[in-house]
Design a protein around this ligand. Structure first.
Ligand SMILES: Cc1ncc(COP(=O)(O)O)c(C=O)c1O
Length: 393
């Protein structure tokens, strides 16, 4: 039995009255407190002015850094708050001064935006991208990674939970190997924050990027980056502004010493405060209880779907999370998504181009992605499987 009070969670989530929301890997439903926090700040901006509202709420905005730091188990100086997970990841990645021949290791589940950046940097600098093999379960092979690290590497990029499936990568194991080899690990935790514990000390990552809108249930247009203190000053952001740096003389500038060097000056204070409210709300439930309920619901959904003739669950790995992907024989994934949507059930489509190495190598052009959260119910899962069963018949 999970310790989550599901009735309370649903009461505090207005969207639960309108939809069966199984698209938390797209964007989770915001709880009341997140919405109210943002509306309150927008109203204040309208009443007294945007700069004046930011000044009045300065202390509350600062507390958002403490909240994110608590979520990640790091210090507030190691946190940058930006517009989305991609920008967070890019700000870390493009800070590396790659040289010809530098080896960048990644995995088969890598996310499209990250892989495109890897390819661009390889083309520009002569660095080399190596994809570490998966093991037979579909997660990155720690043995193969160790062998690749032995040959030298400048950076390891790992997606903790990929967009396109239920897999949870053995991130702590990867982190342990990277630490032993002295190679920095950039962890894309976009799909794991808010549904699994993501303490950077336990994961042993050096940088972590994440978004606010998915399992954290924050507003769209929010993301954050963690950079380990020892690394912050070694990484010069690819671009700077007067917030990240200070113009101190005609020909000189200094870059700030904390992780906010990866931010830019202009930002949405309303969504930043909303992000803080979402993080506090998640911490209020506890990431342990959230993970337990999410993983229980997802396991139940997988077994219900697997029992349907013509339906194939496509998730791989040893540990799995709240993302449940499947295909239906003879029915295009897009059509399944449309059928569910017509009946008030939100899921999403993941085309192979989101993760070409993974879905492409499995011969899948797309999958249906359902993704549960702790506020979902067994009845909602049955609603999905009933509709899918009709589609197969
Ligand atoms: C694994 C993964 N990384 C990164 C991203 C990009 O996140 P954002 O849209 O916040 O930039 C996504 C988005 O779906 C994702 O699934």
């Amino acid at each position: 039995m999970s310790s989550i009070d599901v009735a309370r969670a649903r009461r505090e989530t207005p969207g639960c009255e309108n939809v069966v929301h199984l698209n938390n890997a797209g964007a989770g439903l915001m709880p009341d407190v997140v919405l109210a926090t943002m509306v309150e700040h927008l109203e204040l901006e309208a009443r007294i002015g945007g700069y004046e509202a930011a000044a009045r709420e300065h202390d509350r905005v600062e507390v958002v850094y403490d909240s994110v730091a608590r979520l990640l188990g790091c210090s507030r100086d190691e946190v940058a708050i930006v517009e989305n997970a991609t920008r967070a990841w890019d700000m870390a990645f493009y800070s590396f001064d790659f040289q010809p021949g530098d080896r960048i290791l990644t995995c088969g589940a890598e996310y499209a935006s990250n892989y495109i950046a890897l390819l661009q940097v390889a083309r520009r600098t002569g660095a080399v991208v190596r994809v570490v093999a998966d093991d037979e379960t579909g997660q990155v092979s720690l043995g193969a990674l160790e062998a690749e690290l032995d040959r030298g590497a400048r950076l390891v990029s790992l997606v903790h939970v990929p967009s396109q499936g239920g897999l949870v990568q053995p991130a702590a194991g990867v982190g342990r190997l990277c630490r032993a080899a002295g190679v920095p690990l950039l962890l894309d935790a976009c799909q794991s924050v808010g549904q699994l514990p993501t303490h950077v000390g336990e994961l042993r990552c050096d940088m972590l990027s994440a978004t606010g809108r998915k399992f954290l249930r924050g507003p769209r247009g929010t993301g954050f980056l963690y950079v380990r203190k020892e690394l912050v000053e070694q990484l010069e952001p690819a671009f700077l502004d007067l917030h990240a740096a200070e113009w101190v003389g005609r020909d000189t500038f200094t870059i700030r010493g904390d992780a906010r060097r990866f931010e830019n000056w202009e930002t949405s204070y309303a969504t930043k405060l909303g992000l803080g409210a979402a993080v506090d709300y998640a911490l209020g439930w506890g990431l342990g209880p959230i993970a337990e309920r999410v993983q229980g619901l997802a396991a139940s959904l997988r077994s219900q779907l697997q029992a349907l003739p013509g339906v194939e669950v496509r998730d791989r790995g040893v540990e799995m999370c709240g993302i449940v992907t499947f295909t239906v024989e003879g029915v295009a994934a897009q059509e399944v998504v449309a059928l569910l949507s017509a009946d008030g059930v939100n899921v999403s489509l993941v085309p192979a181009s989101y993760s070409l190495l993974d879905l492409g190598s499995r011969g899948l052009d797309s999958v249906v992605r359902s993704s549960v959260h702790y506020y979902n119910t067994d009845e909602e899962l049955h609603r999905l499987t009933d509709i899918v069963a009709r589609a197969t018949g």
